[in-house]
Design a protein around this ligand. Structure first.
Ligand SMILES: C[S@@+](CC[C@H](N)C(=O)[O-])C[C@H]1O[C@@H](n2cnc3c(N)ncnc32)[C@H](O)[C@@H]1O
Length: 194
């Protein structure tokens, strides 16, 4: 068994998705659909994202052991826990969720996962991301803005990567010194970033 299969911190997306089962991040009536490759409702008109989409976003993000990661739109906490598995105990993950009840539930789900280097915070309305702990090596955004938010680009470390669905197009932003480059990776539909 390789290190990535055995323990957190291997950076292997497939191993993380096996180690962090989606069912633990769904409402009870939805759990029997956990293996279905569809977004599923988690209440408050929000969803737990489609597994194939999460996998492809995590692959674009290219998370490494020990990194400091921000998860915007943590919802159920599933992506926060997946990111925690990828960075391992030498890393840190901050998930932020705007909807108060989801933030409480997602935070509890992440605590139950036993990955104490990750947590979910209630996002402050009007303040995107979690600037007080910036810069981040990686930022994952699971809700859709109309344009690339500069506030999130500003929270990215030098050499950092941001994956975000901008107006339906999955966008990878890489920061290199003062320069950022954006590339596009297919069409997806997400709930709005508010
Ligand atoms: C697709 S859902 C949850 C996806 C989640 N990452 C998962 O594991 O499936 C996106 C979430 O983004 C949240 N959201 C929208 N705008 C936000 C913002 N500005 N800051 C934080 N969360 C936000 C929504 O409330 C919603 O729960």
């Amino acid at each position: 068994m390789s290190r990535s299969e055995a323990e957190p911190g291997g950076g292997d997306v497939a191993a993380a998705m096996t180690a962090v089962p989606r069912s633990a991040y769904l409402r009870r009536p939805q759990r029997r659909f956990a293996a279905v490759d569809l977004a599923l409702p988690i209440g408050h008109h929000q969803t737990c994202s489609q597994p194939s989409t999460v996998r492809s976003m995590l692959e674009q993000l290219d998370v490494r052991a020990g990194q400091h990661v921000l998860d915007v739109g943590a919802g159920s906490g599933w992506t926060t826990a997946l990111l925690a598995w990828l960075v391992g105990p030498s890393g840190t993950v901050v998930g932020v969720e705007l909807e108060a009840e989801l933030a409480r539930w997602g935070a509890g789900n992440v605590v139950a996962a036993g990955l104490p280097w990750a947590r979910v915070e209630h996002a402050a309305p009007g303040r995107l991301g979690w600037p007080r702990e910036a810069p981040y090596d990686r930022i994952l955004v699971s809700a859709e803005p109309a344009t690339l938010p500069q506030q999130l680009v500003d929270q990215l470390a030098d050499g950092g990567r941001l994956v975000i669905p901008v107006r339906g197009t999955m966008t990878l932003v890489i920061r290199d010194g003062g320069e950022t480059t954006a590339t596009h990776h297919g069409s997806y539909r997400f709930v709005p970033l508010r």
